[in-house]
Ligand binder design. Structure first.
Ligand code: FES
Length: 158
């Protein structure tokens, strides 16, 4: 089946495109929209975005590989990215990350693999709200606690 935006996203794409001077300038929001719809940016999705924006695929791939927020492979249902920088470390990030990894293993044992993934990233730019995490490369959460992590795990589909 051919990769295409659904009707709603196609309208969104077109309306956003009107706000940019060139099609190429809209590559970041278009990739973000594509990732939201398709889950990750496969070769087919990258080709589709390149066609939409009339850009060489290699140029789109360069953008995708530059930004860590873009995924090129399917990932877990919930990905939690922990900031690994000093300020968050000083606010107890290491213990929270350890807790999240333990819970991820427990969830995998109980319900199967591929549901929760815990990764580390560089500073998320919310140092004053640390410890900070990014959930599914979309939603940033500051002042993280074990309870906040449990609320995230609770969002896993039953
Ligand atoms: S040090 Fe963690 S968000 Fe900046």
């Amino acid at each position: 089946m051919a990769i295409t935006f659904n009707k709603e996203n196609l309208l969104l794409f077109k309306s956003r495109l009107e706000t940019y001077e060139s099609k190429e300038s809209a590559v970041l929001p278009t990739l973000a929209l594509a990732q939201k719809q398709f889950g990750y940016l496969s070769d087919e999705v990258i080709k589709y975005v390149a066609q939409l924006l009339e850009m060489p695929e290699a140029r789109v791939l360069e953008v995708v590989s530059f930004y860590s927020m873009f995924r090129t492979k399917p990932t877990a249902k919930i990905e939690i990215a922990f900031c690994s920088n000093l300020t968050c470390q000083m606010k107890g990030m290491e213990a929270l990350k350890h807790y999240a990894r333990e819970r991820a293993r427990e969830i995998a044992r109980m319900r199967g693999e591929g549901l929760v993934e815990v990764i580390e990233v560089a500073c998320l730019g919310s140092c004053d709200q640390g410890p900070a995490i990014m959930v599914n490369r979309e939603r940033q959460v500051g002042g993280v606690t074990k309870e906040a992590l449990e609320q995230i795990f609770a969002q896993l589909p039953g």
